[in-house]
Design a protein around this ligand. Structure first.
Ligand code: SF4
Length: 671
């Protein structure tokens, strides 16, 4: 039966183990046998390697009494408690401290913390070493249930509690615990899970979902190997083997995953792999890409240097640092605050580009900067835009002497006051925090500091010219525009309809009566206007704001005709008659001679402001905008005038607005 063997990408010795094993091999290479060589505990959790080392004379012990003074002692990647280290120093031995730099970092954190909670296995040598480097209170939890219990028990502690994990702790469990701890203000979470561990676990999890069986190679006492086995078991049949001869019969599986713990030598993995394929040498299908040893080795050998631009994948996000896997032996770190202005906060799995600030070969770390790479990229775009004349976006960050400083692609650019806006009298402070288009007009790299100058005005002027051209090419009477009220004068308002200002005369603002345009609009209002007249030569545009459908004379026409009888409210008493409201904004006149069927000397004898009376329309003159009404037409010769109850004074329209051109024939309303 044919099957596929798929190997995970992150496999074999991790950086820390590799570093320790190499150091030991280096010493063995030059060993003249004059000194005994010890490892304080297995250099890696791998019996095969321990046996091989034993054959070369390396003694594995964890008992200080066994160690002879004057000998060589190797401290493995897991590290040791401070007291043990001091005992070794007192023993007068030559110490090779190969504690993984990532574990050393944990020792530093815990030695300065007042209270520490460590997520991990209390019996694991790394955790024993961490505990042995704490100075104050420490608590060890193996899972979230234990963590909850501990948090309950220590609820009285007000001082800071640092929560961190064994480097090989399960990443998703740690994240769950960190989430739970968000409710405690005095807990600082430091993600100390090694990216190498995280990547292995992620690789195994992803692959386990796609295969029928999984072979995990590594020491039975290796914590990280055990974790990989547990993860694989969640999704498929998994086998944990230490050596090729423990390989189970795999003939019943079609797709088989292969991975190994951080303490598994590449030769063991190769051997297991070869055994798997040789035992099933017929019709074996391999996913070449995933088993490319050369590629994997090449990646692990790749080096990075200060000042380089690198890309990596975020493997952990914690309070102060973002951990980045660069696909090299160094782990990358970016300070979290460099992401504080990002729209989307960084998350595990995101790709990130960064600038290498400092490579620390001893610690196996690389300090990275995202803001620096952003600036470099921003500058590149600026230089390119200067050459091409392209427009960029900018945000004004401050007004300074002689101009403003703007940020363009996170790079500071100076804009002289004369080039900061269309109007030279603009108060530069009003531009701060606003965004504009900008053209880069100068990039001077000759001085100690690069000088970049931009012009906002150049772009705004171009935009304005183009908008004006568009308007004049397309404008026509009756066309409607949305415009912004630019200024208000006594006789009307100027409205910007997209680069060109037009005037709405006060009489074109409303069908009603107003004393000042400010009763209707204010500067900055967006209003819809219609083109009334165009003088292309003088570049003048007249606009109308009032709407034809609101024309009160049209409303009157639709509602009433001559001879109609209606209730009208008296608005104003004049010597020659009374003005009444016919419809909104159309007043009519009841001439004194039309008030009664007998002679009236004084209009006030018959009517007063606010009275509601029945009257008949006797004439409508649309051209002259006059309406005449009669009460008399409704009365027989002897019948007296009946006036209904006076309307509520508050409901009576003000008569102050009546047009000045009142006459005995009616009222003229502004068109
Ligand atoms: S911390 Fe990471 S790199 Fe260091 S020994 Fe542990 S697994 Fe390896």
């Amino acid at each position: 039966m044919s099957f596929e063997v798929i190997k995970t990408q992150n496999i074999g010795f991790c950086f820390g183990v590799n570093r320790a094993v190499n150091a030991l091999n280096e010493v063995l290479k030059n060993d003249d046998g004059s000194k005994k060589i010890y490892t304080f505990g297995q250099i890696v959790h791998n019996n095969i390697i321990t046996d091989e080392l034993e054959k070369k004379g390396v003694i594995n012990t964890e008992n200080i009494e066994d160690i002879e003074p004057g000998s060589i002692v190797f401290i493995r990647a897991h590290g040791i408690p401070r007291s043990v280290y001091e005992a070794l120093v007192n023993k007068n031995v030559e110490i090779f401290d190969e504690t993984c730099p990532k574990v050393k970092k944990i020792h530093n954190i815990v030695s300065n913390a007042e209270n520490v909670i460590i997520a991990g296995n209390i019996k694991h040598p790394e955790v024993i070493g961490i505990i042995g480097n704490t100075k104050n209170k420490k608590f060890i939890v193996k899972d979230i249930d234990e963590l909850k219990k501990i948090m309950h028990n220590i609820s009285g502690i007000d001082s800071e509690i640092v929560f961190l994990a064994q480097t090989t702790f399960n990443a998703s469990e740690f994240n769950e615990m960190a989430k739970y701890l968000e409710q405690f203000n005095n807990v600082r979470v430091v993600n100390t899970i090694c990216s190498s561990t995280y990547e292995r676990q992620k690789d195994v999890e992803d692959l386990a979902k796609r295969v029928d069986a999984f072979v995990i190679v590594g020491g039975k006492n290796s914590s990280n190997t055990q974790k990989l086995y547990e993860i694989a078991s969640l999704y498929c049949k998994a086998f944990h083997i230490e050596s090729p001869n423990e390989l189970p019969n795999l003939v019943n599986y079609k797709k088989i995953g292969l991975s190994a713990g951080a303490s598994t030598h590449s030769s063991t993995i190769e051997e297991v792999f070869n055994n798997m394929i040789s035992e099933n040498s017929e019709n074996i299908s391999l996913e070449e890409e995933e088993i490319d040893f050369a590629k994997a080795i090449e990646a692990s050998m790749k080096i990075i240097r200060n000042g380089e631009r690198v890309k990596g994948i975020i493997t952990a996000v914690n309070g102060s640092e973002i951990q980045v896997d660069l696909g090299v032996k160094h782990s990358g770190f970016i300070p979290s605050d460099e992401f504080s202005n990002e729209e989307n906060p960084p998350k595990v799995g995101d790709e990130v580009e960064a600038f290498v600030v400092r490579v620390n070969d001893v610690e196996g770390t690389a300090q990275l900067s995202k803001s620096k790479i952003d600036s470099i990229k921003g500058l590149e775009k600026i230089v390119a835009a200067k050459d091409s004349g392209d427009t960029l976006k900018c945000k004004v960050i401050e007004a300074v002497k002689g101009g403003i400083v703007v940020l363009v692609n996170k790079v500071r650019v100076f804009v002289p006051a004369s080039l900061a806006s269309l109007r030279r009298d603009t108060d530069l402070n009003t531009l701060v925090n606003k965004e504009f288009p900008i053209r880069i007009i100068e990039v001077d790299e000759s001085g100690r500091r690069m000088r970049i100058i931009g012009s906002i005005r150049a772009v705004l002027k171009e935009e304005l010219d183009s908008a004006q051209k568009q308007i004049w090419e397309n404008i026509e009477i009756g066309k409607r525009y949305k415009g912004v009220v630019k200024s208000i004068v006594k006789f009307g308002v100027f409205v910007d309809i997209g680069g060109v200002d037009g005037l709405v005369h006060i009489t074109d603002l409303t069908w009603g009566r107003i004393k000042s345009p400010e009763e209707l609009v204010k500067v900055g209002d967006v209003i819809e206007v219609e083109v009334k007249a165009i003088d292309a030569e003088k570049r003048k545009i007249s606009l109308v704001y009032k709407k034809s459908e609101d024309n009160p004379w049209e409303i009157l026409k639709a509602k009433y005709k001559v001879d109609d009888v209606l209730d009208v409210t008296v608005l104003k008493i004049m010597p020659y008659g009374a003005f009444v409201s016919v419809v909104d904004n159309v007043d009519g006149l009841i001439h004194i001679s039309q008030l009664s069927n007998h002679r009236v000397e004084n209009v006030s004898e018959v009517l007063k402001v606010g009275d509601v009376v029945k009257a008949q329309i006797i004439e409508i003159n649309y051209e002259e905008k006059r309406v005449s009404l009669s009460i008399r037409a409704l009365l027989s010769e002897e019948e007296p005038l009946i006036v209904e109850a006076t309307a509520d004074a508050d409901a009576v329209p003000s008569v102050e607005g009546l047009a000045n051109e009142e006459s005995a024939d009616g009222v003229q309303i502004a068109e």
